[in-house]
Design a protein around this ligand. Structure first.
Ligand SMILES: *[C@@H]1O[C@H](CO)[C@@H](O)[C@H](O)[C@H]1NC(C)=O
Ligand SMILES: *[C@@H]1O[C@H](CO)[C@@H](O)[C@H](O)[C@H]1NC(C)=O
Ligand SMILES: *[C@@H]1O[C@H](CO)[C@@H](O)[C@H](O)[C@H]1NC(C)=O
Length: 462
């Protein structure tokens, strides 16, 4: 903005504000501003740029509505709107957040909210204002000694610069970092004024944020994990369900938060939720949270075992009407068995350092397998083979094999298991064959057949 013409700084400043507002949501704000500064004829260049940017903005920013809509790759995800993964299509879907009169936006790492009830401008309005300003500015260049009355007339034609600046300031002020968003959500959740719906919405937004390791740790720092754990035994099942969801995501692959959660009493609450009658939706999320809490955390695992967790799961497995949970239950146990096995095997491959020794020591305290045999799992796991679903059968076979060392005798004395296995062998031999005829050598059915063969042959060992 080196021009000596008196009108130019004003024009450029207005342009800057215009561009900044328009570009706040697009990714090219810096290059657009460079044009203003370097061009000989800033107003024209920048104006055409404004049009480009406005179009681009229309393409890139996704404004969610009240309905779930599919998000295309590359579209900006407005913070605060609800995002979910559609498991059927694998696509992300977005819905508007609940704050009325606020528009969320996100630009790279920056994100924020614009208060739509405060005076603000569309790209169209801003362009209009710009044109009017230009006309006015040319006028005043001609009559540099123009009267105050002229200036007023010009001012009356467009929104004053001060107002634009104020709008900008507001935009800056409302730009929220993740930490601020978390703080806002927690305060919504914690407010006595919030309805259950408000709280559930806040928890679901939190769930989205705490997938990031740092965000989950900030949640702990802000006392939010405490609120989430307390919500597990809230009197409202909707809060139980969503808080279990947040907890599960926050502790996933996040050792610091896992430790905090166990120390905060989360494990006991999860077990209580599993052991008492609750809607299926709650149990599903609780199983998810439990699995995430136990994974790679032998201290929590041995606590889980010592507090009767294996028995709680066995009882839940047998509840009529809760069959839908069986695969998830088995998965929790299978993961625990395999994890311990892998750790002990790794010890044979290399010279163990002290931390590995400590790990082994901790895992040694988790005596899961004998307990599984003791508490009836040797006969419960084969029940899963009756399912019609291939993936259920697969998981059942893998778990059955993992438990073989402790269950062999019981498997051998289970006549219906032998029958089921040979029926399935015949069935999958055919399926594997047709798979091969279609040119698939290492197909899924072949894989299941291999598991079946292995189970049959291992059962025959003395
Ligand atoms: C609850 O709402 C009332 C009235 O709307 C307000 O005065 C009060 O400060 C609010 N309390 C909290 C904790 O937000
Ligand atoms: C939630 O509210 C309680 C009581 O109003 C307060 O003591 C606590 O610090 C709040 N927690 C958070 C994380 O805001
Ligand atoms: C939840 O459990 C804690 C202790 O574990 C207890 O102090 C609190 O009253 C319980 N809340 C509800 C709503 O039952």
């Amino acid at each position: 903005m080196k021009s000596s013409r008196s009108s130019c700084p004003k024009v450029a400043l207005i342009l800057w504000v215009v561009l900044a507002v328009v570009c706040a949501r697009s990714e090219k704000s810096s290059s657009a501003m460079t044009v203003v500064e370097s061009s000989d004829n800033p107003s024209e260049d920048a104006e055409s740029r404004v049009e480009d940017e406005a179009d681009e903005e229309d393409l890139e920013v996704f404004y969610p509505t009240d309905k779930w809509q599919t998000l295309r790759p590359g579209q900006a995800v407005p913070a605060g709107s609800h995002v979910r993964l559609n498991l059927q299509t694998g696509q992300r879907e977005v819905k508007k957040g609940d704050e009325e009169g606020f528009k969320h936006w996100k630009d790279g790492k920056r994100q924020g909210m614009v208060n739509m009830q405060a005076p603000s401008f569309t790209a169209e309005e801003l362009k209009e204002a710009l044109k009017k300003f230009k006309e006015g500015a040319e006028d005043s260049t001609d009559k540099d000694k123009g009267t105050e009355r002229d200036e007023e007339a010009v001012r009356a034609q467009f929104r004053p610069l001060e107002e634009l600046k104020k709008d900008m300031a507001e935009l800056d002020m409302l730009m929220e970092t993740d930490i601020q968003v978390i703080r806002r959500l927690l305060s919504t959740y914690n407010s006595t004024n919030s309805t259950v719906e408000d709280k559930v919405a806040a928890l679901l937004d939190l769930e989205y944020l705490v997938h990031q390791v740092d965000n989950a740790q900030n949640l702990v720092q802000m006392g939010g994990l405490r609120l989430v754990i307390d919500a597990l035994n809230s009197t409202d099942v909707r809060l139980q369900e969503s808080s279990a969801f947040v907890l599960g995501s926050a502790v996933s692959s996040n050792p610091t938060v896992q430790v905090e959660a166990v120390e905060g009493g989360a494990l006991q609450k999860l077990l209580t939720l599993l052991a008492t009658p609750r809607p299926l939706g709650v149990k599903k999320k609780v199983l998810f949270a439990l699995a995430s809490l136990l994974r790679h955390f032998p201290f929590a695992q041995s606590r889980f075992v010592n507090r009767g967790g294996v028995q709680v799961l066995a009882e839940l497995f047998q509840v009529t009407g809760a069959e839908a949970l069986r695969l998830r239950i088995i998965t929790v146990l299978y993961d625990l068995i395999v994890e311990k096995e892998l750790i002990s095997q790794a010890g044979l491959d290399y010279i163990p350092d002290s931390s590995h020794q400590e790990k082994l020591r901790q895992y040694a305290q988790v005596s899961l397998s004998p307990l599984l045999a003791e508490q009836g799992w040797c006969s419960l796991v084969p029940e899963l083979l009756d399912s019609e679903e291939h993936d259920w059968r697969e998981k059942a076979l893998r778990t059955l094999l993992a438990m073989m060392p402790h269950c062999r005798a019981q498997y051998q004395q289970n006549p219906s298991l032998s029958r089921t296995l040979s029926d399935l062998q015949r069935q999958y031999q055919e399926l594997a064959l047709s798979e091969q005829e279609l040119g698939e050598e290492d197909g899924y059915f072949g894989e299941i057949l291999a598991l079946l063969d292995s189970a049959v042959s291992k059962m025959q060992q003395a």
